[in-house]
Design a protein around this ligand. Structure first.
Ligand SMILES: Nc1ncnc2c1ncn2[C@@H]1O[C@H](COP(=O)(O)OP(=O)(O)OP(=O)(O)O)[C@@H](O)[C@H]1O
Ligand SMILES: [Mg+2]
Length: 325
């Protein structure tokens, strides 16, 4: 079955709003639902790389692909978990802003670099972790993607920050990437007790309507501890509030961004799920990848439709028994 790959940039020029945490946990939760995911870490801080349990390694990043010394296939790394792959970041990317500023194809460079892997259909989702600035790397990511997901904190001046990035999206859409969409806005590190939080959330929802994801991610200490263990919180502590909300968010994301894989599962008699076929591997969510795990180029097992599937309007996310490792 041919797959159509969705490229999603997770971006906000503001630092520390939860971009990388959202990249890591959205990717993990999607992979646990058997979607083939590639995370591309475009931030020289390499927090997504580390959060997914990989080390920084000289020469293993998008940088050599951008300068034409390596093929993209050579920098895709498997993680410990099935269906979850990453193009890590490394220090060379730190110079990219300056080095690429005069490059003629600077706006299209990431799109061109990703093209072979996007066209191969090997992944359902390619998720880009952008650095916190409106520089070349982020702009070029906006050109490379189909949709932008903006994590924000519900705090004073949130709307101003949103205006900046949505302005950039508008400009890119009007010029180099007419198909670019605002995928959505997700609230992160929410303290639902605070009055200001409620006011800001209401204001943003009033302005952006259904572009704002229903699921808001609460502030949760397990989420902030997970990166030091090199394990996404959805695998490390799947029952924690943070993990549960990232899984619910991933569910909503999948329902809004179906891949062909989802479409193939929608059967006319959706009310009567068929049992899985005997020859289908029965993976555990978050199951560690096997030793020989290669970048997820193989087709994931197509599940029989179940009442849990977002394509069938399940109201709640599945109760996933994620396995840490
Ligand atoms: N829901 C949460 N609860 C508690 N801590 C969180 C949560 N989400 C993120 N954090 C913590 O907040 C800090 C910033 O998060 P993160 O690195 O994801 O932001 P970022 O937008 O990627 O930052 P940067 O702009 O530097 O790339 C991290 O220490 C992270 O562990
Ligand atoms: Mg980050």
């Amino acid at each position: 079955m041919e797959r159509r790959t969705k490229v999603i940039a997770i971006a906000n020029q503001k630092g520390g709003v939860g971009k990388t945490t959202t990249v890591v946990n959205l990717a993990a939760a999607l992979s646990a639902r058997k979607r083939a995911v590639l995370v591309v870490d475009l931030d020289p801080q390499a927090h997504a790389t580390l959060g997914l349990g990989l080390e920084k390694q000289q020469g293993i990043s998008l940088y050599p692909v951008l300068v034409g010394t390596k093929a993209i296939e050579d920098v895709i790394q498997p993680t410990k978990w099935n269906n979850l792959n990453v193009i890590p970041s490394e220090v060379d990317l730190a110079g990219a802003e300056l080095e690429f500023s005069a490059r003629e194809d600077r706006l299209e460079m990431i799109r061109n670099a990703l093209a072979p892997v996007k066209e191969s259909g090997a992944f359902d989702y390619i998720i880009l972790d952008c650095p916190p600035s409106l520089g070349i790397v982020m702009t070029s990511s906006l050109v490379a993607c189909d949709g932008v997901l903006i994590p924000i904190q519900a705090e004073f001046l949130a709307m101003d920050g949103l205006a900046l990035i949505t302005g950039s999206i508008e400009r890119i859409r009007a010029s180099v990437n007419p198909a670019l969409e605002l995928n959505g806005i997700v609230f992160t590190m929410v303290n639902s007790q605070a009055r200001l939080t409620q006011d800001v959330m209401e204001e943003v929802r009033g302005h952006f309507g259904d572009k704002v994801y229903e699921t808001a991610i609460p502030r949760n200490v397990r989420v902030s501890e997970a990166p030091s263990m090199g394990t996404p919180v959805v695998f490390l502590d799947p029952r924690s509030k943070g993990a549960e909300s990232y899984k619910a968010f991933a569910w909503e994301f999948m329902a809004k961004n179906p891949t062909r894989f989802d479409a193939a599962q929608v059967q006319p008699q959706a009310a009567k799920p068929e049992p899985p076929k005997a020859d289908e591997p029965q993976q555990q969510d978050g199951e560690p990848a096997k030793d020989d795990a290669a970048p997820a180029v193989e087709e994931p097992a197509v599940e029989a439709p179940t009442a849990e599937d977002p394509a069938q309007e399940a109201p709640a996310p599945a109760d996933e028994g994620g396995v840490a490792q």
